[in-house]
Design a protein around this ligand. Structure first.
Ligand code: NAI
Length: 342
């Protein structure tokens, strides 16, 4: 009985916090692709976030059902589902301050993220067009792969509509940091909650560059190679284990919700919020990489400060050199595709 009382009062506190957060900071968050493997748990986690006052769920199938289900959860935010008929996208996006985009197809075993380009490029382009029209000031959080290219696609669409704001466009690379932190904690038997490994670059294969040395770790030889490989290709472990039924969805939902929470905290005035993310970045523009993931301080207007890569070992520099070659190609691919398919 005592335990029940404690948990009830803890929940009451959470509810009171929810009320005060949403009363003073009304924030509409939209999820495009909300019926999918990522979309559903991501929407669920956003419903549990007291900083969200309105949750707008859009998908080409099933969003009203997901919304009806989630809307019964006893937190304060209002949830509404939207379909493509009528003004669905417009209704979903109008007034949104944050738009998360996990719409598109996931990988099957043997596929790279770039293999998804042909299908996902047009999905992201069309959703970006709608966002540029209905919520041009919203923060765009791109989850659909290949992120290295779909972010460039979104930029081109926003530019074409004359509303591009580089401070509000984010490729969600949080899962790479989540994995890098979890994997080192397994290796070193530490508490993963205390690990926060810096990961820079992009979000596929060798464009993902973990910088273990910045956390004071110095793995050597095979241990180091195995670790780097696992961070770069951790997504493949999930794709293989799911055996044709998709890629990471639950861990990705957690990572996406964490990033959205950080943006909300920063938007609502919290200082010193730092997250790794793939943004329009000056760091390697001279080498043809308009976008690059590194730690970024978030503020009320989105990107506040892009942190430099910092000190790296020779081995990490080697990884970075390889990353930049692939990344440049991925960015150009997205940019050029929109020029040919506006
Ligand atoms: P899924 O197939 O389970 O869900 C995708 C959803 O998008 C479906 O509900 C589908 O109906 C919807 N959709 C398709 N076209 C749409 C459109 N034009 N408008 C709105 N919704 C549309 O796929 P899953 O597993 O949720 O993955 C989604 C994307 O996220 C994939 O591209 C995947 O590669 C990517 N991903 C990204 C990660 C990251 O770290 N950034 C990690 C894992 C996956």
């Amino acid at each position: 009985f005592a335990a029940r009382q404690v948990s009830r009062s803890a929940f009451g506190l959470a509810q009171r916090r929810a009320v005060s957060a949403s009363a003073s900071n009304a924030t509409k968050v939209a999820v495009l692709g909300s019926t999918g493997g990522i979309g559903q748990p991501l929407s669920l986690l956003l419903k549990l976030n007291p900083r969200v006052s309105e949750l707008a769920l859009y998908d080409i199938v099933g969003a009203p059902g997901v919304a009806a289900d989630i809307s019964h959860i006893n937190t304060k935010s209002n949830v509404k589902g939207y379909s493509p008929d009528g003004d669905g996208l417009k209704g979903c996006l109008s007034g949104a301050e944050i738009v998360l985009v996990p719409a598109g197809v996931p990988r099957k075993p043997g596929m790279t993220r770039d293999d998804l380009f042909n299908t996902n490029a047009s999905i992201v382009r069309d959703l970006a067009k709608a966002a540029a029209e209905h919520c041009p000031d919203a923060a765009m959080l791109i989850i659909s792969n290949p992120v290295n290219s779909t972010v460039a696609i979104t930029r081109e669409v926003f530019k074409n509509k004359g509303v591009y704001n580089p401070k509000k466009l984010f490729g969600v690379t949080t899962l790479d940091v989540v994995r890098a932190s979890r994997f080192i904690s397994q290796h070193k038997n530490t508490d993963p909650a205390n690990e926060n490994i810096v990961v820079v670059g992009g979000h596929s294969g060798q464009t993902i560059v973990p910088l273990l040395s910045q956390s004071g770790y110095s793995l050597e030889g095979k241990d180091l190679d195995d670790y780097v490989y696992r961070v770069q290709f951790g997504g493949d472990e999930v794709v293989k284990a799911k055996d044709g039924k998709g890629s990471a969805t639950l861990s990705m939902a957690m990572a996406g919700a964490r990033f959205a929470e950080s943006l909300l905290k920063a938007a609502q005035g919290q200082k010193g919020v730092v997250e790794p993310t793939y943004v329009d970045s000056p760091l390697f523009k001279d080498q043809g990489c308009d976008f690059f993931a590194s730690n970024v301080t978030l503020g009320p207007n989105g990107v506040e400060e892009i942190h430099p890569v910092g000190k790296v070992t020779d081995h990490e520099q080697g990884l970075l050199d390889k990353c930049l070659v692939d990344l440049k190609g991925n960015i150009e691919k997205g940019t050029n595709w929109v020029k040919e398919n506006p």
